[in-house]
Design a protein around this ligand. Structure first.
Ligand SMILES: NC(=O)c1ccc[n+]([C@@H]2O[C@H](COP(=O)([O-])OP(=O)(O)OC[C@H]3O[C@@H](n4cnc5c(N)ncnc54)[C@H](O)[C@@H]3O)[C@@H](O)[C@H]2O)c1
Length: 403
């Protein structure tokens, strides 16, 4: 008997090519093709399996540079439209993140609609794994919000197109140390721009959050002689880190924004650069691991520029995580992953120079450089190479996918 009878499965593909000039269809409730066309998404796959309760959406934004890669998020979305909008937004972000990081990967993301505390079953994730597998490598998944190694293992039992699997299974394991090293190198690049030297010796750094990435970052910075001011909503975590690396405890987490420091390193939440905090910052540099730190990207990115604060775009400086899992595709080697994450120093340097040259905020400079790479590398595909299918990005580089 067929394990997955067709009647129980629904694959719905929405696809379009970016050179398609006209789209005739749009729905008044949710103009799906307009939405895909405007943001240049290539493909969206709706995955439904009533037996396991799986409702998932996989969005592939752009595969010019290579197979799309991005995590799977499990979240109880308030509506299907909210879920679709989220996966479209996140997959687009992954295209930019991989492109600016010099990776031969495109942008993709998946969401599973459900409660991560109550709706997880082996069958649901294995069903999802089959959908991922059905895309034949156009989308490679990874861990994101609401997921743990356990679910990634279930997905891995149905498809090889998974990264971020445990070390015991040949994967890269916890990405935080590599992310933290990338953040450390990115902060040094900002210091070079601000002070003419990338040394963090004697620099005062306010660290928001004392979690996985922040702790590892703090060890690098403290070793170099930085003075750390550490906060966390869980005081015991901040205290433990202060005891380990030295520095000062910031008792009230909200005081972190107004400290008289050189560098502010957000390593907890998004949205922390906003109208309110911008009035408080006294620092020269904002550079840290947290995602989506600009509350309103264009407005607050511009305000940072106007205030003369050097900003390392979040998705660039925290790319150590994806650099780590991309390294897994080539046969994981921690030293190589760290080395590649160290290149964030050069990427941030280039972005800050471009920002200065063009008088635009750093996040815009970063987007422009990412788009430029996609465009220029995309053009070389016009040249015929008989080995294109086995060399470079699609072939020997991704050892994991060679049978
Ligand atoms: N782990 C990675 O490899 C990685 C990769 C890319 C981006 N990031 C981003 O970096 C950030 C940190 O990730 P992590 O893996 O270290 O998470 P984590 O959960 O280990 O640490 C986050 C810490 O922030 C604290 N926190 C929450 N709200 C706070 C507040 N208002 N003030 C002070 N502290 C607060 C939490 O208590 C926690 O200790 C997140 O935004 C994450 O999305 C992480």
């Amino acid at each position: 008997m067929e394990a997955f009878p067709h009647k129980d499965y629904a694959y719905i593909f929405f696809s379009l090519t970016t050179d398609q000039k006209t789209l005739n269809y749009s729905s008044s409730k949710f103009p799906i093709f307009d939405e895909l066309y405007n943001n240049e998404h290539e493909q969206v796959v709706i995955c439904s399996d009533p037996d396991t309760g799986l409702k998932a959406i996989i969005a592939i934004h752009n595969t010019t540079l290579g197979p799309s890669l991005g995590g799977t998020r499990m979240w109880n979305y308030e509506s299907e439209e909210a879920a679709l909008r989220d996966v479209l937004r996140l997959s687009r972000g992954m295209t930019y993140k991989s492109a600016i990081s010099g990776l031969n990967l495109g942008g993709g993301k998946a969401i599973i609609i459900g409660d991560a505390r109550t709706d997880k079953t082996e069958a649901l994730f294995r069903a999802f794994g089959r959908f991922v597998d059905g895309l034949g490598g156009r989308y490679i998944t990874a861990e994101d919000v609401g997921m743990t190694e356990k679910e990634m293992e279930w997905i891995y039992s149905e498809t090889k197109y998974v990264t971020g699997i445990p070390k015991a299974l040949g994967g890269s394991g916890n990405p935080s140390p590599v992310t933290a090293y990338g953040v450390y190198m990115g902060v040094k690049a900002c210091a070079k721009k601000a002070y003419g030297s990338d040394s963090l010796e004697g620099k005062k750094i306010a660290l928001q959050g004392a979690g996985n990435v922040a702790s590892s970052f703090a060890r690098h910075a403290a070793k170099e002689g930085a003075k750390l001011y550490i906060s966390d909503i869980y005081e015991d975590k901040a205290k433990a880190l202060v005891e380990e690396v030295g520095g000062e405890l910031v008792n009230n987490p909200d005081d972190i924004y107004g400290l008289d420091v050189d560098i502010f390193t957000p390593s907890a939440l998004g949205g922390v650069i906003n109208d309110d905090t911008l009035k408080q910052f006294k620092c020269d540099i904002i550079a840290g691991a947290a995602n989506n730190v600009l509350d309103e990207e264009d407005k607050h990115g511009q305000m940072l520029l106007d205030k003369g604060i050097i900003y390392a775009p979040d998705y660039v400086i925290n790319a150590g995580g994806i650099i780590n899992i991309a390294s897994e595709l080539e046969g994981y080697d921690e030293e190589r992953a760290l080395n590649n994450a160290g290149n964030i120093y050069n990427t941030i340097t280039d972005i800050l120079s471009y920002s200065e040259e063009h008088g635009i905020p750093a996040h815009k400079a970063s987007n422009a450089l990412a788009e430029k790479r996609i465009e220029t590398v995309g053009k070389i595909k016009n040249k015929y190479s008989s080995n294109a299918h086995v060399s470079g990005r699609f072939g020997s580089m991704y050892k994991r996918f060679i049978d």
